[in-house]
Structures are given as structure tokens and as C-alpha cells.
Ligand binder design. Structure first.
Ligand code: SF4
Length: 439
């Protein structure tokens, strides 16, 4: 009897890449190709590359080469932003069989099956859409609802790599989430490049999409992915009255200096950002706001940097993704004068790390004593003590000690008791019966 082909899926970069990978996993399974994880042997490897920084480019190439070394017999398919920007160079890399650009990535499974002459085996097809996710050790599913961006922030290569805005119809998103929920997934993250622009090509908006997902699916936990701090639709904050919409927003700030924001061509000044966060916190209890900050953008003076630190402190972020700026060929920012010295960038990054530690600690401490629901995602053992980990509704990391042994992917009712010594996690204990859904 013929056995099915096996595919290993790898990604790096943004959540959109993760969402695309999950969709390919579902697509391959429908064709009878088995999705495998970890160190399992595979006949095909698909890598979704990233090109957002030079470091991401380096890592993408590194993964590609490592993959070819480890599985020399496997056919290698490369897609993603780097594959779109440098298709010819990637096609010449040893072991690469196929390059699929972002423009064609929604059809990647069909293109790969045809170009590499992989026989579809519908008799072996698995229709459980969640199993590729679980095979890769994940519980939280990312669902792509939108691609592309209409803006041109000067540091961003995404507009070139991903093209114009394109939204996925509401019915399709609802159907995808229903299938995932039916397969056992309990938490879904709506993901896009410019989520706030969702639906401009369909005559709906992000609020309309969320409303329909909440009304027409029973997914217990729904999250909104990274959202630029502008273009938020009317009625946005009211959506959080539904406890299934998780109270966390990742709003990329990038700088706390209006002069730097202007050079970045961002659409939101600090005063508007602060108003948005204030409104959010008034409307949504326990809203956790996290952000991205670029350190050492060209021309960033000491005074600009001071403003960034002061603003970040005032915003009380629950987390900050800190990016040390490096010029990305092909962007407008790469041509800007006054680059920042590497040692200055390093010192500024360290300063921001220190601020982040305090800010995170304060956000976590404010939660102590509360009872919340936790999506238990994984179990581990350390010094003979078993513990489980997961995230609160407002996306704070939790270590749960005690209670029964669970296999993961369960929503539990817990009490937040303390913050761990390193100030990285909230400690919690199970209480009562697991909750069915929401906060
Ligand atoms: S809004 Fe976001 S995706 Fe669009 S250009 Fe700016 S950083 Fe890039």
C-alpha cells in the first residue's frame, strides 16, 4: 500500500506567516499529505521566510540551509517575503526545488503538488483542520483575514513584499474558525498586515468582522493580532463587552518622539496614541497594551530617545518588542542621513529593557488576587515539580502549579497568586471547575 507524503512546515517572522503556514497545513492534509513536526522525517519542507530586517533575511537563509542539511532528500519549497523580494537568488540556493512568491502563496499547495508531481491521495486525506497545528505543538490558531498595506512607513519593506490590501471575505473567515473550533482549537487570533484596513475592499470593517465571528461561531477565545494605532472602526471598543473577545491589544508605537515618527511616516502621533490607550483602558477592564519600539532610527537624538523612554513609561505597556534599527535595503529609511552609532543603539536598547522589566512587573502585579480563565498550553517539569503554562485573557504569561495532570489545550479557572522571582511570569493555582469560555 502506498504511504502518504509527509510535509514539514517552518516559519519565522510575523503572525501572518504563521497563519499562512497553518492554512497550508490544512491544504496539504486535504490532499492526503501528512503534516509532521519536530525531528520527524519528511518528503517535503515548506519554509515561509521573512525579510523585515537584515537579521530576518539572514535567519531565513540559515533555516533554509539547515533544513537542506538535515533532510537532504526532501524537496524544498520556499515562500514568504524574502522569496518575493529575492526569488532568483533563493532559487539558486542548494536544495531549493520551488520558490512561491507572496502573490501566489494562497495557491501554494496546488502549485507545489503540480510542480513537484506529488500525487494527491484523497483516500488518505485528514479533514481535521486542527491536527497540523497540534502536530507542530501549537494550540492557538492564527487566521489570516487580510494581507497587504496601503501605507509606506519608511522603515517597512512589507508594502513591497506583500503588495496592495486584500481582505478575506467574512463568510470564509467564519467558516475557517468554525472548522478550527470543530477540530478542538479553543483560541484564535485574527491576523493581518494592516488589520485596521480590513474590509475596505469588501464594504465591511474590522468591527463588522469581529461581530460576525462572535455571533456565528462558538470559539471560546478570540484575539485581535497586531493592530496599527489608527483606522480603528466605529464601535470597536464596544465589541469587548463580549467576554470571548480577549482584552489585549498589540499597538505598534515605534517611537515616543513625534519628530522620529514623522521621519518614519507613521500615521499616529504620541498624543493620539495616548488618547487611544486611555479610551481603551476606560472601555475595557484589565486591557493589556503591548507594543513595538524601534531603537536608533536615523537621526534619533538623545532628546528624542528621552521622550521615547518617558512616553513608554507613561503608557505602562505589558510588553515591548524592542527592535534595534538596521537599514533594510529597498526602504526609504535606508537612505536617511545620520545613522546611529552601534554602541549608542546598544545602550538605548539596554535602557529600554530596564524600563520594560519594571513596566511588565507592575502590569502583572496589578492582576494578583484575580480569578481568570487560562488556556493551558503546555506542561513541563522542573526540579521534580510539575507545572503548566498558558496565558491569561489579557495575554500575560502564567505558570500554573498544582491540580490534576492535564494534557494541554484546556481552559481552566485559576487564581493569580504571585509573580515569579525573575519577574517574568504570574504564578497561579487552579480553582473550581474549568470554565467553558471567555474571561
Ligand atoms: S502601517 Fe505597518 S505594514 Fe503598513 S507600511 Fe507601516 S509598518 Fe508597514
Amino acid at each position: 500500500m502506498s504511504r502518504s507524503h509527509r510535509v514539514k512546515l517552518q516559519t519565522l517572522g510575523c503572525r501572518l506567516n504563521e497563519a499562512e503556514l497553518e492554512a497550508w497545513g490544512e491544504g496539504f492534509q486535504r490532499k492526503g499529505v501528512e503534516v509532521v513536526g519536530g525531528d520527524e522525517p519528511a518528503d517535503l519542507v515548506v519554509i515561509n521566510t521573512c525579510a523585515v530586517t537584515q537579521e530576518a533575511v539572514r535567519k531565513s537563509r540559515q533555516i533554509l540551509r539547515k533544513s537542506h542539511r538535515e533532510l537532504p532528500g526532501a524537496r524544498l519549497i520556499i515562500s514568504g517575503c524574502l522569496a518575493s523580494l529575492e526569488a532568483d537568488a533563493l532559487a539558486r540556493e542548494a536544495g531549493v526545488d520551488l520558490v512561491v512568491s507572496n502573490a501566489d502563496k494562497d495557491r501554494l499547495v496546488d502549485i507545489a503538488m503540480e510542480a513537484l508531481e506529488i500525487p494527491a491521495m484523497p483516500e488518505l486525506a485528514i479533514t481535521d483542520v486542527a491536527s497540523p497545528l497540534f502536530a507542530r505543538g501549537r494550540q492557538r490558531a492564527f487566521v489570516k483575514v487580510q494581507d497587504g498595506c496601503r501605507y509606506q512607513c519608511t522603515f517597512c519593506i512589507t508594502t513591497q513584499a506583500r503588495g496592495a490590501e486584500l481582505s478575506r471575505p467574512v463568510d470564509e473567515v467564519v467558516a475557517a474558525i468554525r472548522r478550527l473550533h470543530g477540530g478542538g482549537v479553543k483560541e484564535v487570533v485574527l491576523t493581518g498586515v494592516h488589520l485596521g484596513g480590513y474590509g475596505s475592499d469588501l464594504g465591511v470593517d474590522l468591527a463588522g468582522l469581529i461581530e460576525r465571528v462572535l455571533a456565528e461561531t462558538k470559539i471560546p477565545r478570540l484575539r485581535i493580532g497586531s493592530l496599527e494605532p489608527w483606522d480603528l472602526p466605529d464601535g470597536f471598543w464596544e465589541l469587548f463587552q463580549d467576554p470571548r473577545l480577549m482584552p489585549h491589544l498589540h499597538l505598534p508605537l515605534q517611537s515616543g518622539s513625534d519628530a522620529v515618527l514623522k521621519r518614519m511616516a507613521r500615521r499616529c502621533k504620541t498624543a493620539e496614541f495616548a488618547r487611544l490607550v486611555e479610551r481603551g483602558r476606560q472601555s475595557v477592564p484589565d486591557l493589556n497594551v503591548t507594543t513595538d519600539i524601534i531603537v536608533g532610527f536615523p537621526g534619533e537624538t538623545d532628546a528624542d530617545w528621552r521622550q521615547t523612554l518617558d512616553f513608554a513609561e507613561a503608557m505602562a505597556f505589558g510588553h515591548i518588542h524592542i527592535f534595534s534599527y538596521s537599514p533594510r535595503a529597498g526602504t526609504l529609511a535606508a537612505k536617511l542621513p545620520d545613522p546611529i552609532d552601534a554602541a549608542v543603539k546598544k545602550a538605548r536598547c539596554q535602557g529600554l529593557q530596564g524600563l520594560l522589566k519594571d513596566s511588565k512587573l507592575a502590569v502583572m502585579r496589578a492582576q494578583i488576587g484575580k480569578r481568570v480563565s487560562l488556556l493551558h498550553e503546555s506542561a513541563a517539569k522542573e526540579r521534580d515539580q510539575a507545572w503548566r503554562s498558558g496565558y491569561t485573557p489579557n495575554y500575560l504569561p502564567v505558570r500554573l502549579i498544582g491540580g490534576q495532570e492535564e494534557t494541554g489545550n484546556q481552559i481552566l479557572d485559576v487564581e493569580l497568586t504571585d509573580v515569579d522571582e525573575a519577574g517574568e511570569l504570574i504564578l497561579a493555582r487552579p480553582v473550581g471547575q474549568p470554565e467553558a469560555a471567555g474571561r
